[in-house]
Write a protein that binds this ligand. Structure first.
Ligand code: CP
Length: 314
């Protein structure tokens, strides 16, 4: 398995075996991510984080991952304060970033932006979210969270609810869950249901998902409930958004019907789809899920930047 210097545009860039290897390395990153152990394995390496769209978790966890491994970070989170506001193209910005850094982490509102950026950079480009497209490191941390909380992926029942149309995390997550043998249920109204192309792909993989509009009808069988925010910013107009806003809410009343060991996940940020009262229940793992993002991104940075990286962190 060779990871050195590769771009990470889509989760499909990795085989199942490679994904499992990343998750194994992730486990070894815990002591460093928790600050219990120091590491300088990325000393002298620079990460450029170019965020053309807002982010809290992805940007900060990438930067934390780099710093925890002894590397440095440069970048921007407000493109209007860069030469983008003078009309500089993303391609030119990428060419600059590759000459200043060893790895580029890019979030952009346009689907396909990371793929395009990878064609302008000889340094690895990691897609940190491209519009309604892909967010592969989110998929890795989601998978890592499920595997570490449930002990396995195969044959568990995963219910994905909310904005399955525009929510980029659920597209690639469905693919990897099917790849590793989970059973899938998609809960959404027609307007926000999973794109047919993705459903067809899952069928071809032998994992036909169940479709439902009711969360109450599906909650009792779920081992994992993956909740998503309605992606207001991706709706063509407010009228369409208002038809679906506030349709699903996970609260204690709903969870009375759930298995005792159900885990509730969310890529965050949440708006109102999970009530605050759920945070203190045994079901809530969404903050732990976000924390796992640091370990996953540490593993990935090590693999992309250090030859034959095996998770050793001295
Ligand atoms: N989950 C996620 O991508 O969060 P941010 O938008 O805060 O990075």
């Amino acid at each position: 398995m060779e990871f050195m210097g590769r771009d990470v545009v889509s989760i499909k860039d990795f085989s199942g075996e490679e994904i499992e290897h990343i998750l194994d390395i992730t486990k070894k990153m815990h002591p460093v991510a928790e600050g219990e152990k120091k590491s300088n394995i990325l000393e002298g390496k620079v990460l450029a984080s170019l965020f053309y769209e807002p982010s809290t978790r992805t940007r900060l966890s990438f930067e934390s991952a780099m710093l925890r491994l002894g590397g440095s970070t440069i970048g921007f989170a407000e493109p209007d304060n860069t030469s983008f506001s003078k009309g500089e193209t993303m391609a030119d910005t990428i060419k600059m970033a590759e000459s200043y850094a060893d790895v580029i982490v890019l979030r952009h509102p346009n689907e396909g932006a990371a793929k395009l950026a990878s064609q302008f950079s000889s340094k690895p480009v990691i897609n940190a979210g491209d519009g309604a497209g892909q967010h592969p490191t989110q998929t890795l941390l989601d998978l890592y969270t499920i595997k570490s909380e449930k002990g396995k992926i195969k044959d568990i029942n995963v219910v994905l609810v909310g904005d399955l149309k525009y929510g980029r995390t659920v597209h690639s997550l469905s693919y990897v869950l099917a790849l590793f043998g989970a059973n899938l249920t998609f809960v959404a109204p027609n307007l926000m249901q999973m794109p047919q192309e993705i459903i067809n792909n899952l069928k071809e993989m032998g994992k036909t998902p169940a479709l439902n509009e009711s969360l109450y009808e599906t909650i009792s069988d779920a081992d994992v409930l993956y909740v998503t925010r309605i992606q207001k910013e991706r709706f063509p107009d407010d009228e369409e958004y208002l038809k679906v806003a506030g349709l699903y809410k996970v609260d204690k009343a709903l969870l009375k019907n759930a298995k005792e060991n159900l885990i509730v996940m969310h890529p965050l940020p949440r708006v109102d789809e999970i009530a605050f009262e759920v945070d203190s229940t045994q079901h809530a793992v969404y903050f732990k899920q976000a924390k796992n993002g640091v370990m996953v991104r540490m593993a990935l940075l090590g693999l992309l930047l250090i030859p034959d990286f095996d998770g050793g962190v001295i």
